[in-house]
Structures are given as structure tokens and as C-alpha cells.
Design a protein. Structure first.
Length: 81
């Protein structure tokens, strides 16, 4: 999967809120009727400036795993609910 940079991470929490609002306005919350063949789940945990994230992708409806990934490291940006 190709990923394009969205912005520099050297931003303030206030700038981050504006970026989130701009990105949220680009979401398309509609289903086009195509058959669903893949689903996924993700979770992120933060504790003492350390973060962990995991994602799993499954075939649907069999729910057999297709791929998974885990990442962990230091968190330098504050969590903003």
C-alpha cells in the first residue's frame, strides 16, 4: 500500500485538531453495495510515553486471517481525545 505524507509531525496540538477536522470532512460514509470480502480491526495502547498498535485483516465471512502487523515505540505527541 502506498502512503502519501499528509503533514509534518512537528505541529502543535491546536494544529493537529485543525488537520483532524479537515481530514474528517473528506470521509465518505456511504456503502456502494459491493460484496464485503475483507474486514479488519485495529487497537492502540498508550502508557508512560510508550505506544503499541496492532492490526489484523480477515477474509469475510470465513474470518481467516489475511495479514497482521504490530508496532511499538516512543510517543512524542500528546494524546488528545
Amino acid at each position: 500500500m502506498a502512503q502519501r505524507p499528509l503533514h509534518s509531525w512537528a505541529i502543535s496540538p491546536e494544529e493537529a485538531k485543525h488537520i483532524q477536522e479537515r481530514l474528517a470532512s473528506q470521509l465518505v460514509l456511504a456503502w456502494d453495495g459491493r460484496t464485503i470480502t475483507t474486514v479488519g480491526g485495529v487497537d492502540v495502547s498508550l502508557r508512560h510515553h510508550k505506544g503499541q498498535a496492532a492490526i489484523v485483516v480477515f477474509n469475510y465471512p470465513a474470518l481467516t486471517p489475511v495479514d497482521s502487523a504490530v508496532a511499538h515505540g516512543s510517543v512524542t505527541f500528546p494524546y488528545i481525545p
